[in-house]
Design a binder for this molecule. Structure first.
Ligand SMILES: NC(=O)c1ccc[n+]([C@@H]2O[C@H](COP(=O)([O-])OP(=O)(O)OC[C@H]3O[C@@H](n4cnc5c(N)ncnc54)[C@H](OP(=O)(O)O)[C@@H]3O)[C@@H](O)[C@H]2O)c1
Length: 168
């Protein structure tokens, strides 16, 4: 099973404004994300991302959704699992469901999964904006990683996508 982080960020590495607003993400990036997600049908997010996508009316995605939170939340959907059991256990739900690709997302989630060496690939879309008060693509815990660039393409006139493999 392949674990992917797919993020759209500002040119200086922010994935959302401090209040969670992601309106800086342009259409091509958004469409590409939906395409990849609809193929994977496997969405693993932190509670921060869950709350934001729920408020935007985009949650849950089709397929299996797992939300990591330490707060007890009862699921009102058949395809959503809330868990406080940590990243490895969260991935197990997808393995057991036979998923081939899992999309992990959220500033703190990204750091947590990278730090534990659980991520195989990164897709990073660079949006034509800069702001300096917001949520970083890797937030919270420190880690280091070596990457191999496996692709770079223009998503639109103003947006680039970088595709990396995480080297072990
Ligand atoms: N631009 C993009 O492509 C993109 C993609 C995804 C998300 N986003 C944005 O990123 C923002 C959210 O990022 P974020 O860093 O604030 O939040 P996040 O990473 O989505 O979630 C963090 C939360 O996950 C829970 N958590 C963390 N570690 C855990 C563990 N070991 N076990 C169980 N639960 C754990 C905690 O929730 P509790 O406090 O409930 O315990 C924590 O507050 C949103 O605004 C979203 O829109 C942007």
């Amino acid at each position: 099973m392949k674990v992917i982080i797919y993020m759209s960020m500002t040119a200086n590495g922010y994935i959302a404004r401090r209040d969670g607003n992601t309106k800086f993400i342009l259409g091509a990036s958004d469409r590409d994300f939906r395409k990849v997600m609809s193929k994977a049908r496997a969405n693993l997010v932190g509670a921060g991302t869950y709350r934001k996508t729920l408020a935007n009316g985009n949650f849950p995605y089709k397929g299996l959704n797992v939300v990591m939170t330490r707060k007890p939340i009862k699921s009102r959907w058949k395809n959503v699992i809330f868990t406080d059991k940590g990243p490895e256990k969260a991935l197990k739900f997808f393995e057991e469901a036979g998923c081939r690709t899992v999309m992990v997302g959220g500033g703190r989630m990204n750091s947590l999964f990278m730090r534990k060496g659980l991520v195989d690939e990164l897709y990073i879309n660079i949006e034509p904006s800069i702001f300096t008060d917001g949520i970083r693509i890797f937030d919270g815990q420190d880690f280091e990683a070596k990457l191999k660039l496996v692709g770079a393409r223009r998503l639109s006139k103003n947006e680039m996508q970088l595709h990396y493999k995480v080297l072990r």
